[in-house]
Design a protein around this ligand. Structure first.
Ligand code: ADQ
Length: 478
């Protein structure tokens, strides 16, 4: 395999679809790289701070890749994606084949052989870039569903390294996974790893069952035997992701955030009940179900402007994929109809915002909201639920949380809902509004304790300990 003459080698290499930086044009017209605000970047900070690490990923623009560079102590290795790769590997196979299959086929999945070919080719490119910068015996941490072939491809190039993979989204039941024409190749790609991390125990079990039923692998107590004559076993386990509790709480405690939260309420006309939804505009997030329940509560006269209002923040997402275009049109039409039918002059029933906001503004919204509506039909984790409780150090507010999120398995004391059951969802929202403050404080205290004790730093440490110990379990969870 070709390698650059001056290549550096690293004991920890992260591979993710995106690099942890975005290219921005400064006021003086220069281009510079800025750290992207995502949770994964924060999580990795805590592990990469103490050891030199590399991060392999796409820089976000189609075409030639920039040369590798160092930023904040991490060596960044951009992987090139052509415009066609972006269309076929990313928008196509990742987001229009895998994403629907892994989220209960809420919308139908599309299968195209040329998308699959691009997925293979891009995974190979990532594997080569990883193999090129990994030190002998390095730890490799591959992220997410876009890179499921990379573990086996990396192992073929570098049998000396330890390979972990973490799935940020659910792993589907075998009945759904079986629809994939390339199911065997995907399972064998993952079995190149030493340790496979999932959000929930059920996801890990779905993977193990798929190996047993679809490729007839021998499985035992969360491990899968690899049939390549090596005697190797791969462990699958649940390591739920989290957020930087201390960092976010500190931000939420800033006086400027408190002022902004008060200002938001003021600008909304000081409603008695402010409900909030914050999601990527994705059909998995249950935005339509939430709006339907809210619309019926308004129509029934249980809640209504100006005393109650809903702010729905929907971050633009995957706007070139047809299912996302339909969803956006549908949500925006519904919001228009609710406001047309049930809003008042100066007091719309729904405030709909199709923007991304800075972290400070998000923290202020969380502090301002009396009821947080997290109603996905299926979600690997849902970090918004954890962010909301983290910002409520005042023990105010109430979290309505879908049973179909990974987060619910940790935060089940929340006001639980099944978003498909519109009547039940309406009742749950009313309970979240009407439960006495002392009881809500007790619930919020319990939710916050869980997130404080299981923050993202602990997630990263647990993952690496499981990787080091695989195929055995680590002796003690850190
Ligand atoms: P996502 O589907 O993107 O992540 P989620 O976990 O909710 O979902 O994370 C979204 C993040 O974006 C949160 O940190 C949130 O604060 C932020 N965000 C949302 N809207 C925003 C806006 N308008 N402006 C600014 N920030 C906004 C995938 C999986 C999830 C899993 C995560 C992490 O689908 O199930 O929880 O990865 O593993």
């Amino acid at each position: 395999m070709p390698s650059s003459p001056n290549r550096k080698t690293f004991d920890l290499v992260v591979a993710a679809n995106r690099l942890p930086v975005d290219q921005v044009i400064t006021e003086s017209g220069e281009t510079e790289w800025r750290r992207s605000p995502g949770g994964l970047v924060t999580a990795m900070d805590s592990v990469m701070r103490d050891q030199p690490g590399a991060w392999v990923g796409w820089a976000g623009e189609a075409g030639e890749a920039p040369a590798p560079f160092d930023q904040d102590g991490t060596h960044l290795v951009p992987v090139a994606l052509t415009a066609e790769d972006v269309r076929l590997y990313y928008e196509g196979f990742s987001n229009d084949t895998l994403w629907p299959i892994y989220h209960d086929v809420i919308v139908p999945a599309s299968f195209h052989r040329e998308w699959w070919a691009a997925y293979q080719r891009v995974n190979e490119r990532f594997a080569e870039a990883v193999a090129d910068v990994a030190a002998p015996g390095a730890r490799i941490w591959v992220q997410d569903y876009q890179l499921q072939l990379a573990p086996a491809l990396i192992r073929a190039l570098r049998p000396d390294v330890r390979i972990g993979w973490f799935n940020h989204i659910p792993f589907p039941p075998v009945e759904l996974f079986a629809q994939l024409p390339w199911r065997g190749q995907l399972l064998r790609g993952l079995l190149g790893a030493d340790f496979l991390g999932f959000q929930r125990q059920a996801d890990a079990q779905n993977f193990v069952r798929a190996c047993r039923q679809l490729i007839h692998a021998e499985t035992k107590a969360g491990t899968v035997a690899v049939d390549d004559g090596s005697g190797r076993r791969v462990r699958a386990g649940a390591i739920p992701i989290s957020i930087d509790f201390n960092g976010l709480e500190e931000l939420a405690r800033q006086p400027s955030v408190a002022e902004r939260a008060a200002e938001i309420r003021e600008q909304l006309g000081n409603p008695k009940v402010l409900m909030l939804g914050v999601d990527r505009l994705d059909y998995t997030k249950g935005i339509r179900h939430r709006l339907k329940a809210y619309q019926e509560l308004l129509a029934d006269g249980h809640v209504g402007p100006p005393e109650a209002t809903l702010v729905q923040v929907a971050t633009p997402s995957r706007e070139r994929v047809a299912a996302y275009q339909h969803l956006r049109a549908d949500v925006e039409q519904t919001v228009g109809r609710i406001n047309g039918d049930l809003g008042l002059i100066g007091s719309p029933a729904v405030h709909y915002l199709h923007h991304a906001y800075p972290r400070e503004e998000m923290a202020a919204l969380f502090r301002a909201a009396d009821v947080m509506l997290v109603t996905p039909l299926r979600d690997g984790m849902n970090l918004v639920a954890k962010e909301y409780v983290t910002c409520r150090f005042d023990l105010g507010g109430a979290l309505v949380l879908s049973e179909f999120t990974g987060a619910w398995h940790e935060l089940h004391q929340a006001f639980s809902c099944n978003p498909h059951d519109i009547e039940g969802l309406k009742q749950t929202i009313l309970r979240a509004i009407n439960t006495p403050p002392r009881e809500k404080q007790r619930i919020m205290r319990a939710l916050r304790k869980r997130v404080a004790d299981h923050d993202v730093q602990r997630w990263a440490a647990r993952f690496l300990a499981a990787l080091d110990a695989a195929p055995d379990r680590p002796e003690q969870a850190p």
